[in-house]
Design a binder for this molecule. Sequence first.
Ligand SMILES: *Cc1c(COP(=O)(O)O)cnc(C)c1O
Length: 386
Amino acid sequence: MKQTLMTPGPVPLPPEVLAVLALPMEHHRTPQFLALFARVLTNLKKVFVSNEPAFIHTSTGSGAMESALVNCLSPGDHVISIVSGKFGERWADMAEVFGCRVTRLEVEWGKAVRVAEVDLLLKKNPDAVAVLTQACETSTGVLHPVRELAQLTKDLKTVLMVDAITALGALPLPMDEWGIDVMIGGSQKAFMLPTGLSFISFSKKAWALTATSKIPKFYFDIRAEQKANASGESFFSTSVTHLRALDRVLEIFLSRGLHKVHARIQALSKATIVAARELGLTILSEVPSPSVTAILMPDGVDSAKVRAHMETAANVIVMGGQDQLKGKIIRIGNMGAITDNDLSVTLRALVQAIHAEKPGLISDESLAKALAAAQGILQETPAVLQ
Ligand SMILES: *Cc1c(COP(=O)(O)O)cnc(C)c1O
């Protein structure tokens, strides 16, 4: 049975990207590869919508989270960290490991941060060097108000660092226009690549911090990377295979139009949400991110069992919940080369799996309505990513 991969990373890859991944190896210092590297760096900036350079680390997304901290901060620096789920916790923990003084702004899981609360914290803590936030907190499917947060920090010394690993490439985040200071992305999410690359860019304000930052760094030293990039090379060996595939993905993004890529992901999100509601299910997030949809399971239905059933009975892969959401939600990704049919297959598998737990909970009529509603929404938006 064909696997239907519906997780919020890794995501299904377009066939033309898979084909590039199978090409023979070449060396990363050849003129041909360096031409590709230059093109990739130029095109990557267009996804950040920034005039500042974009950098590539050969690491998973968490590497770029670390890079943001070690390149801009010093031990003892005061950092405000918005913690609304697993990834917020990770970034706050990381900042503590590097000796920063972290004030955690705890947000109920499933809720978006209140801009007024951040405003108040910034007023009370004028010494804050950085505010850390996710754009989308992937563990809950919440979209945070990044644009409004950037407005708060714009005229302060404080920089806004945004983990946009499930947002960059999935929704508009114009870095310069909004005044985001550090933004990061990851290859296996909206970039439709295998896991193993991360992306980062710095505003002028954040770049100034890299000159004085005292946290030790070597592999992620962005000023060394910048020097290497300026002479057309990468600081270390780069992953030729990933870079060639990234080149192809950027071509897909730019030739088809980033707004169309965003629209497709938005349509999948809307279709998933509307279908879930037709099935009588509730969406966890009060502000759902287009990139991932977290659906609460009915009372008495264990989402871990639903997830496992979907996998064994239909080979549909979705994610469950972690920690306080364990057993409570399933998370469906909306990024990557997902076909209209993939969503139908997923919805059928979901209903079948819920029935295995609580027979008769969802009527055939509701399922038919959910499928029709989802397909109606998807048909309005071209599937530009396949
Ligand atoms: C996936 C993800 C990460 C971590 O990325 P890795 O590639 O697993 O290191 C960090 N933040 C968010 C919001 C994510 O979705």
